[in-house]
Ligand binder design. Sequence first.
Ligand code: ATP
Ligand code: MG
Length: 504
Amino acid sequence: MAKYVLAIDQGTTSSRAIVFDKAGSIISTGQLEHEQILPQAGWVEHDPKEIWDNTREAIGQALSKANITRHDIEAIGITNQRETAVVWDKNTGVPVYNAIVWQDTRTQPIVDRLAADGGVERFKGKVGLPLATYFSGTKIVWILENVEGARAKADAGDLLFGTTDSWVLWNLTGGIEGGVHATDVTNASRTMFMDLETLQWDDEILAIFDVPKSMLPEIKSSSEVYGIASGHSLLREVPIAGILGDQQAATFGQAAFDQGEAKNTYGTGNFLIFNTGTEIIHSKNGLLTTVGYKLGDAPVHYALEGSIAVTGSLVQWMRDQLGIIKNASEIEDLAKTVKDNGGAYFVPAFSGLFAPYWRSDARGALVGLTRYVNKGHIARAALEAIAYQTREVLDAVNADSGVPLTELKVDGGATANDLLMQFQADIIGVPVVRPVVAETTALGAAYAAGLAVGFWSGLDDLRANWQEDSRWEPSMDKDEADRLLRNWKKAVTKTLDWVDEDVR
Ligand SMILES: Nc1ncnc2c1ncn2[C@@H]1O[C@H](COP(=O)(O)OP(=O)(O)OP(=O)(O)O)[C@@H](O)[C@H]1O
Ligand SMILES: [Mg+2]
């Protein structure tokens, strides 16, 4: 048995390759950011070719930094930004359009059209999701309707669709020379097309969306051998044995395997996932029902999810669009120049509001401004927004489950921000806990792959790897936390009903 497992983390902002050992420790990392293509308001695209090039280069970096070769890698796991839709020609391997990213809101007219008969919840019972621009389904429809020649090619069986797990898997296993076209149940559960009970594509919904089934990848479990890396790859002959959507991967990497366990990831967006075991639970409080994981032939685990579109990307926005910080970590020092938010609240409804509101008519707002407010307050308001949004999603999870979480396991890039983590604990009133390996997304994918090939013998091996690194205890007076939260909720109301015929 080789000593390591390699995870590919194809994220929204970057592609990473991380080598893990049996203890779940990071041996080396390769990482490259890709361009965020913003052609017009509300549109967000990635170049799939750049993503595949970066993925290969990241693998090369990770191997060379650790001074190892493919012979040291037992298996490959893939995790990915979910919902982002790639459509490519299976004969040439060339995408017919850029990847349409999960944050992209261009498909609102398609959502409205589909919701005209039966409302946005018309498929929720079957797929666990409301109709929304977020999920891949309407993005595929947009490509078929708007890219010249796409519909005819799709009908002829020449086009393939995939989220970026499938795009990477297909290319890694040879592309036009026999590439494997598959996905796992967690990614499939984010399309709007998979029946949560049968774990199969639903013909009725596909007919309503008018998407040919021939485009879709085969749905597999999250942990099995899907294929072998092709001869052209640095990792040739290594099996690809795990796929999990990034948020489910982070849950798995946090060892939240059982019913009642949860985690919250602070990345581009925030995603709180609550494991509901083998039971499908439909939320009464604005959460999604989704697949947690499925290991080979073992029963599937479901989850409730609170998705928040804009959290870390608000920090990036302050860096790239406003230029008031040079890198993400500077926001903490800027926020520390003031003692509170100075009355300012920043609701980053850049893609509308996701959980628990699901309001596509909302747009971002910075409210409560007076002449007193300076850039320190705005930095603080941005960080606080991350915490308030998390509080609202946590309230929804607690209400749905009936058993409030007694602590919150966290991970992701923004958990490096101490001020944010302390404020988070203050606003939710329970401790916030971060494990030693904060790269839980990649770790979860490595775990899924390693389990499939016997690198790890079972879930207990993985539980034993989890170790606490940091813990933040709530210290704010409860009345003050409640007052801040009331103001936040008031601020949210100011962002609603913004989009109408006059707004494009
Ligand atoms: N010190 C910090 N304070 C606040 N936010 C931070 C800090 N460091 C990083 N971030 C934010 O965290 C995000 C990066 O976190 P992470 O690397 O987990 O992202 P990611 O979500 O995995 O990326 P991707 O979406 O590509 O998967 C960025 O949006 C960045 O703005
Ligand atoms: Mg990520």
